[in-house]
Design a protein around this ligand. Sequence first.
Ligand code: NAD
Length: 282
Amino acid sequence: MVTILDGKKTAEKRLELLKEKIEDAKLYPRLATVIVGNDPASQMYVRMKHRACEQVGIGSVGIELPAEATTRMVVDEVRRLNRDEDIDGILVQLPLPAQVDTERVIGAIRPDKDVDGYHPENMGLLFSGRPKFSSCTPTGIMTILAEYTIPIAGKRAVIAGRSIDVGRPMAALLLNADATVTICHSKTADIAEELKRADILVSAVGKAHFITAEMVKPGAVVIDVGINQLEGKLVGDVDFEAVKEIASAITPVPGGVGPMTIATLMENTFRSAQERACDRVL
Ligand code: NAD
């Protein structure tokens, strides 16, 4: 019998717990979001993040820059937020418009306010096995695996997708948890063969029904990061109906990885506020 890894329920539970922790800590963490342009999907994600802030007692400010903003304008905004002592976390919503140099913008965020974990310093710490802030989506996946007590050490984990926000940090987190990790990508010679060996399979490709039942080992744990539109419906990368017959556990889309991403962002922001409060005392 397959276990459905319920990200919505797990995220709600984490957010309730976080709300209590924030109240007990008598802190008022604050997150700043920066959005450039008016991409509807980005606007929706930012709105969801602000809503989650409200739910747990984190203050939030939303900075909106025009679609034609330059790299300089975005970097200046980030630097202003770096200096603002009332701001604990800075999130720049990606993707940025083509004329903006994303690497320069991410590199400008103060690493101790980089709650999305994309700054090279935080990536380096993650890959050296001493994570401080690690990207919210893969960290949320580690949380849901822990919630359902899914063993990781010694397991073969195979990830489809090598992006900087999901595939690569996912590999580092699973490696840090003692899995044997393979990353597959668009140039992998025989991806079906690689995936078929996975005890834990993570798909972050962005193609509807990319993972078919034939690619999944019986009893595998399947984590679906993908968000795709198929015939007007939101679906993941995994052919859920077919794969759930084979897997031992699987995340649905929607209601799997997505809510965990937002809950992790809230947890990272609180942690930043706690650490900054400690620094002020020392
Ligand atoms: P991306 O486009 O940056 O990366 C996609 C990766 O898939 C690339 O590394 C590429 O090499 C690989 N790929 C593409 N075609 C392939 C093929 N045929 N075979 C093997 N690999 C292939 O995307 P991303 O930012 O990593 O996001 C991936 C998906 O996850 C998207 O659908 C995105 O919307 C979703 N996503 C969801 C969340 C969430 O919170 N649920 C967060 C981030 C991304």
